[in-house]
Design a protein around this ligand. Sequence first.
Ligand SMILES: [Zn+2]
Length: 208
Amino acid sequence: MLYNIFPNNDIELNKCIEEASKEYSGFFNIPNDEFSVCVFSMKKEIFDEFKSIKEDYVVAFACPRSNIIFICNHDDIKNIYNDIEYKKLIKHEIVHVYAYMYVNFNKYVPNWLHEGLARYLSGQMISGEVCKDLETLFNDNILPNVIYSGGGIFVKHLIETYGNKKFLEFFNELRNLKSSNEVSIIFMKHYNKDIKEVLNEILGENNK
Ligand SMILES: [Zn+2]
């Protein structure tokens, strides 16, 4: 069989999923939702291919609209994800389930915001993390490392400087987006600052 469907008999995995679910339903203040977790196993030759890419999204991903997350069996990836990192990987995908629900699955919410939030809340960010090309965060041709790392740095700054409440008010209103260009307008409304000005705050701090 390719995968097991939650609930399964992996006690540690179940515990991690339950705790994360509680944590994020609390953060977003929405009810605990039911979702499925499919644990898949990866053939060694595929894994060796992926190991060279070493990006989280090849070993775990979420399909929030269908309320399913897919996670590679820990045994298959133990040499690159220790117990702690593996838990963060699961938490990251669970953040996606709740965050997408929170913005009512609006497709214009930028990826850097979803990925940044997932990295920040799951504890995947490295302390003092810097991102090369952070200044390209709002560009249309944004690079994957900027989506993940840059997004995380931006969200961390927003939440730690201006608080959870403001962030959630801003994020919640993104459910009404009719194009991704409107993000900056909604940002301005809640933060009373241009989104690029806030990015410059971060870039300025990094250059100190
Ligand atoms: Zn993600």
